[in-house]
Every structure is written in structure tokens, then in C-alpha cells.
Write a protein that binds this ligand. Structure first.
Ligand code: HEC
Length: 131
């Protein structure tokens, strides 16, 4: 009887110990907390640097926020995400984003060829989640 009740305790202690010694997961970027978890890291990185500033829930850029809010992206239905991706592919194809006006003052905000390719592949659905 006594032995039996000790067993769950031992398991519990073992579990606690195991968790305590686990390496911490990669800490998610606090700014980008709400982004789709299945978004490839390289896509995320580009968005964060080149798009997120205007397109987030607290953006002062009201127009940009209204059109696209990355913070809300994850929470939206897959079908809506697909539509958003379509829009993204569209603006990228036309070279509309980041806006030309903005780039006049901040040329470093322009997407590099590689960044553009990464976003294009993702938004057009050619790039699957795992990268
Ligand atoms: C300087 C601020 C700024 C940056 C940086 C920026 N955007 Fe925008 N974005 C806007 C604004 C403002 C609008 C609304 C334009 C309009 O309504 O005419 C917009 C609209 C959009 C739209 C909606 C287009 C439509 O017609 O529905 C998409 C998609 C978009 N942006 C994607 C992006 C992507 C992808 C990036 C990064 C490569 C990006 N934006 C970077 C300000 C920005």
C-alpha cells in the first residue's frame, strides 16, 4: 500500500525535475507575439523589419492598420488569411509596399530582392510552413 502511493509522487518529482532541466524554448519575440505560429521564420523576420511598423494593432498609421493588422492575422480564419496573403502578393507584385512616399524618407525600408522573393513565395502559397 505504501509503495503504491509513493509511485505517483516519484513520477511527479521526476517530471518536475525533467521540466526544470529542459532547455528553454526560443523566446518568442514580444513584439510579434500574435503572429501565426506556422509562419516561416524568414518571412516573419522580413515582415517584422519592413511591414510591421505600419501594420500592427497599435499603429499610428490608421490607413495601414485598417488595411492590414499583423497582430490580428493569426486569429483570423484560414480563409481570411488566404485572402490577406492574396492582397499581399498583389501589392508586392506591383511594388506598392512599403509605400513609395515612405521610402523617399527611409530608403533603407525598401525590400531587398531576397526579402521580396521570400514574401512573394509565402504570400502566393508556394512556401509551406516548415522552412
Ligand atoms: C510606412 C508605412 C507602411 C509600411 C512600412 C508598409 N505599409 Fe502596407 N500599407 C500602408 C498604408 C498607408 C496602406 C493603405 C494604402 C491605401 O489605402 O491606399 C497599406 C496597405 C497595405 C495592404 C492592403 C492593400 C489593399 O489594397 O488592400 C497590404 C496587403 C499591405 N499594405 C502590405 C504591406 C507589406 C507586405 C509591407 C511590407 C513589405 C507593408 N505593407 C509595409 C502603409 C505601410
Amino acid at each position: 500500500m505504501k509503495k503504491l502511493s509513493l509511485l505517483p509522487m516519484a513520477v511527479l518529482i521526476g517530471l518536475l525535475f525533467f521540466q526544470g532541466t529542459q532547455k528553454p524554448e526560443v523566446v518568442p519575440d514580444p513584439v510579434f507575439h500574435a503572429m501565426a505560429p506556422d509562419m516561416p521564420a524568414d518571412v516573419k523576420a522580413v515582415v517584422e523589419q519592413k511591414c510591421y511598423g505600419c501594420h500592427n494593432a497599435n499603429s499610428k498609421n490608421e490607413k495601414g492598420k485598417a488595411k492590414l493588422d499583423w497582430d490580428a492575422f493569426e486569429a483570423t480564419k484560414k480563409s481570411k488569411q488566404m485572402a490577406t496573403k492574396g492582397k499581399i502578393a498583389e501589392v508586392l507584385e506591383k511594388g506598392d509596399m512599403p509605400p513609395a512616399k515612405f521610402l523617399e524618407n527611409k530608403p533603407e525600408g525598401k525590400l531587398s530582392e531576397a526579402e521580396l522573393a521570400t514574401l512573394m513565395q509565402w504570400s502566393s502559397g508556394k512556401k509551406k510552413s516548415a522552412n
